[in-house]
Design a protein. Structure first.
Length: 95
């Protein structure tokens, strides 16, 4: 028997719904307008797609920034000290 290698598939960044239309023609016009605006503003890495909803026969336009163009967040270093001491008694002498 062969041992099957299981490769973990990492989910990509989710798509955001930009608009919903009753016909593909309207959705496609919206998509082309967005693409032209992005070209004028020189936005790189933006993706757009039209998907059909089968349940109500409508078309959805979805947008996202490609994960390769996503700004990477810098990780902050954690403090390795004790920090604040919990339950610490303070010397208070009331005169």
């Amino acid at each position: 028997m062969k041992e099957e290698e299981t490769k973990a598939i990492k989910q990509g960044k989710p798509w955001n719904v930009a608009a919903t239309f009753n016909s593909f023609k309207e959705a496609d016009e919206f998509r082309t307008q967005k693409l032209l605006i992005w070209e004028e503003n020189s936005k790189e890495g933006m993706q757009i797609k039209v998907r059909r909803r089968r349940s109500d026969e409508r078309f959805v336009v979805k947008i996202r920034l490609h994960p390769d163009f996503e700004p990477k967040l810098e990780k902050k270093e954690k403090k390795r000290g004790k920090g604040k001491k919990k339950g610490r008694k303070t010397d208070r002498s009331d005169s």
